[in-house]
Write a protein that binds this ligand. Structure first.
Ligand SMILES: NC(=O)c1ccc[n+]([C@@H]2O[C@H](COP(=O)([O-])OP(=O)(O)OC[C@H]3O[C@@H](n4cnc5c(N)ncnc54)[C@H](OP(=O)(O)O)[C@@H]3O)[C@@H](O)[C@H]2O)c1
Length: 401
């Protein structure tokens, strides 16, 4: 990271050429982006220099990376990087991980690059790098690296190598480390879940929710999945069926959850409560989460990992006193920083399920990022992320860069 050679904001690759050469090459120069004059890699990144709404603070910055790679560095080309809700919160300045604003990319004001997750291909390696070679796929070890960029320099400590890219797509690899890992650890690390146990979750159609459904099914767990009512009944039914096909045991809407009789319904599904609803996964908050909490079995555990409704949680004292419900939070960044080896194992396990076809892709809205893609197209894709009822997660797919 410390070794990027920057150009000024908005500077094109042609401007960094000697005048005589630029004149000689004429318009062709503008197409020479992958490898510029003297082997410089021409790169672009979505950067921000102050916190705010992505549409207001993001800008597309062009810079170049020197061909003389330091011995401990790798040059990476980005293949796919998703736009997750937390990425927006980070740009808004309300997320605990705040990458420092630096001048490394030569932006007019110190800046950070957006995005936290992605799949990268190794383009070249410094002479001291032994763990990866050209063509390998890697992901970032920690959040905060800045993944919305066409190329980057990294060091070995920054990356996790994917053992084999065979049978995988860049989107699958680029979206494995946040949502599937979150679902996996929440189901494994808080309660001893045995075959036949239940969990209940809201945001069930989210990336995390879909991962929990699929992992739960493979581990013999039953699940009650809550989605928001869609604008029309047919769309709600279609969403229910989609999640049932993924392996959900039951899918209900928020309105059905809030119905007085729902607790009895759960009792019925769990054979009078003999089967236990041990874990609740919450990424929504507000009143629907209080209703979800009531469905947990005595000594159940509510794990909160998101707050999409921006509504606070209210905990009935009876849940603590009489039902001994436990409340925890989970943050995948904290977990992966503390357990890098477990992150690698979890990622590889999910990718193996993906290869075998037992872990299906999330719905994706691809945003193609070519060299000529307009800044506005990229910014709009980011800004739209926190809107509800989306057809899929936005993922930058890097083409002609
Ligand atoms: N703590 C962690 O380590 C961690 C890790 C990963 C994710 N997360 C969090 O988990 C949540 C889901 O992330 P994701 O990437 O899986 O999401 P995603 O795939 O982008 O899906 C967004 C989900 O949020 C729901 N949603 C959107 N606006 C909502 C609102 N106003 N009220 C209730 N639900 C709303 C959507 O439901 P509709 O389709 O009905 O709009 C959808 O289920 C986010 O809050 C994210 O920050 C936390």
């Amino acid at each position: 990271m410390a070794l990027q050679i920057g150009a000024r904001a908005g500077q094109s690759s042609a401007r960094s050429l000697p005048r005589a050469l630029a004149t000689q090459l004429g318009p062709l120069v503008f197409k020479r982006h992958k490898s510029g004059p003297y082997g410089y890699t021409q790169a672009k990144a979505l950067v921000y220099s102050k916190y705010g709404e992505p549409s207001e603070v993001l800008s597309l910055h062009t810079h170049s990376i020197s061909p003389s790679l330091p011995s401990g560095s790798l040059l990476l080309r980005t293949l796919a990087s998703p736009i997750n809700p937390a990425d927006i919160n980070q740009i808004q300045g309300v997320y605990p991980v705040k990458p420092p604003f630096t001048s490394l990319l030569g932006t007019s004001a110190p800046s950070a690059v957006g995005g936290n997750e992605g799949c990268f291909e190794v383009v070249s390696v410094g002479s001291n790098i032994k763990s990866v070679t050209k063509g390998d796929w890697v992901i970032m070890k920690n959040t905060g690296f800045g993944t919305w960029r066409t190329h980057t320099l990294a060091e070995e400590k920054d990356i996790l190598k994917i053992d084999s890219k065979e049978g995988l797509t860049a989107v699958q690899v680029g979206t494995v480390s946040v949502n599937p890992c979150t679902a996996y650890r929440m189901l494994k690390d808080f309660e001893e879940m045995r075959e036949g146990d239940w969990f209940i979750q809201n945001g069930a159609n989210s990336g995390v929710g879909r991962a929990a459904i699929q992992l739960g099914r493979q581990w013999g767990l039953k699940s009650i999945n809550i989605i928001r009512d869609r604008p029309d009944a047919a769309a709600t039914e279609a969403m229910k069926n989609e999640l049932l096909e993924l392996g959900a045991t039951k899918v209900v809407t928020e309105n059905e959850l809030m119905d007085q009789g729902f607790k009895e319904q759960v009792k019925d599904w769990t054979i009078g409560g003999r089967e236990q609803v041990k874990v609740g996964l919450n990424c929504v908050g507000g009143k629907p989460t209080s209703a979800l909490m009531k469905c947990l079995s005595p000594s159940g555990h509510l794990i909160t990992y998101g707050g999409m409704s921006k509504q606070p949680l209210s905990l009935p004292v009876s849940a603590l006193i009489f039902k001994d419900i436990k409340f925890s939070g989970f943050w995948v960044s904290r977990w992966s920083d503390a357990h890098p080896d477990d992150k690698k194992t979890t990622v590889e396990e999910v990718l193996e399920m993906t290869r075998k076809g037992t872990f299906k892709d999330i719905p994706v809205q691809e945003v193609r990022w070519d060299w000529g893609t307009e800044e506005s197209t990229l910014k709009e894709a980011v800004q739209g992320t926190l809107g509800g009822f989306r057809a899929g997660k936005g993922v930058f797919i890097y083409g002609d860069t």
